[in-house]
Ligand binder design. Structure first.
Ligand SMILES: [Ca+2]
Ligand SMILES: [Ca+2]
Length: 101
């Protein structure tokens, strides 16, 4: 997420200043450290996520049963395949922390 800071002498009613590259800073937010393969949403990629993916492996969305991230579709193609497993493998044992960035 980018944050645009206003000049210190700007007052409400003034036209919005053009973005000044010196005043743009990168702000790390919760979303910036979100793990793609965190299937159950606990900010960690571990055996629990693996189990969910494994139990749905090979399934694709049907009108009756959609397949999304909570079922293990990490890359969003509506099927649980080796592609999802490879993303999970690359993030395995990682965790997302809000502090200390
Ligand atoms: Ca998880
Ligand atoms: Ca998928």
């Amino acid at each position: 997420m980018y944050v645009f800071e206003l000049p210190p002498d700007w007052v409400p009613g003034d036209p919005m200043p053009a973005p000044n590259p010196d005043r743009v800073r990168l702000s790390l937010s919760y979303d910036a450290c979100r793990l793609r393969a965190d299937i159950n949403g606990d900010d960690k990629v571990n055996m629990q996520d693996y189990s969910i993916l494994q139990s749905n492996f090979g399934k694709c969305s049907t009108p009756q049963q959609p397949i999304n991230l909570p079922q293990g579709d990490v890359n969003g193609d509506q099927c649980v395949t080796i592609l999802d497993f490879s993303i999970l493998s690359s993030e395995y044992n990682q965790m997302c922390s809000n502090s200390g960035l």
